[in-house]
Write a protein that binds this ligand. Sequence first.
Ligand SMILES: Cc1cc2nc3c(=O)[nH]c(=O)nc-3n(C[C@H](O)[C@H](O)[C@H](O)COP(=O)(O)OP(=O)(O)OC[C@H]3O[C@@H](n4cnc5c(N)ncnc54)[C@H](O)[C@@H]3O)c2cc1C
Length: 366
Amino acid sequence: MFCAAQAGRRGRKVALIEHSDRPGRKILISGGGRANFTNLRVEARNFLSANPHFAKSALARFTPQNFLELLREHRIPYHEKTLGQLFCDRSAQDLLTLLLTECSAGHVDLHTSTKVTAVTRDTRFRVETSRGPMESTTLVVATGGLSIPKTGATGFGYDLARQFGLALEPTFPALVPLTFTKADAARWGELSGVSTEVIASHGKQDFREKMLYTHRGLSGPAILQISSYWKPGTPLQLDLLPGVDFSETLPHEARKQLSLKLPQRLAERWLELEGFSQPVPSVKKIDTRLHQWSVTPAGTEGFDKAEVTGGGVSTNELSSQTMEARQVPGLFFIGEVVDVTGWLGGYNFQWAWASAYAAAEALSVG
Ligand SMILES: Cc1cc2nc3c(=O)[nH]c(=O)nc-3n(C[C@H](O)[C@H](O)[C@H](O)COP(=O)(O)OP(=O)(O)OC[C@H]3O[C@@H](n4cnc5c(N)ncnc54)[C@H](O)[C@@H]3O)c2cc1C
């Protein structure tokens, strides 16, 4: 929608094809219904990609401030929640209305409930749809990833990339809750609903945010963030007492002190399971264990629960300036379908806006 609007406003005749009965369904459920539409601090390190440099050019040419100008123009109130994350004050509908209004201003021809069945290319692209064929000199693929199929997500963009001979990076659920093994579910499952601040790390990457115990495993921002970096079969390190030195606590006070530093249910379960009954044998041991809890998840909750899809169309295939396929002039890939995956915090939308803008700029030159 953003690319269509920008290209339309620059004088291109644009048809926007959407197979759902309405566009932007994912936007409406994003950010808990308030759309975390960007982040005040956006850098390349906030994105995963086989080529971490690829996103830099587009992100530099369309910044969070550029998107905020648009929000101000449309008089949409917003606020910073935490860590630079910007949300709509009222609802994500404001963001969708902005995009639709921009599309109208760009005279975009919006075709909803229209399924694309095939794409061929001769001198022009021919797009076969459930409502008949369409032809154009350029085609922008913005079909998103595989996450949350009920919002309209399909793997169509990847199929199209393959059809045109473009390489793909393997796709995987990202920003996704992790599941416990059976043994860990039996140990920790009863803590479902308990939330605590942790440092979650995997390799060199770490995130200090809240973690939530669920019946099935671990969730919350810290886990969603680290899940994008996690590799199946490997352990995660969790510091359950970030910044707290527990080692100097007097043994007879350990139980009481732990309950002050951790949610009570968590503290009690921890002491019980680790065999640290009163009197606590070694506070140093508790300190080490709590700072270095190692968990090997059984898996993830999969694409049904993943906020985004990692991997996608290889950035080697695309121009970082324009998002155009190097080998297929006129064919562009933008947004989540590309192998650029943002952290939690508005980064995925910012990538969608920035890559859309880069393509729209190129389209208006062509
Ligand atoms: C629950 C949830 C919450 C999220 N919250 C946030 C957030 O707060 N902040 C943030 O930055 N990111 C968030 N994200 C991620 C963000 O929504 C996506 O990264 C972003 O929408 C990607 O934009 P896109 O245009 O590439 O793809 P999408 O927004 O997925 O749009 C793709 C569109 O293509 C359509 N489509 C797919 N296949 C076809 C086909 N074959 N023919 C025609 N149309 C097709 C789909 O119906 C869809 O409308 C969230 C994601 C989820 C699932």
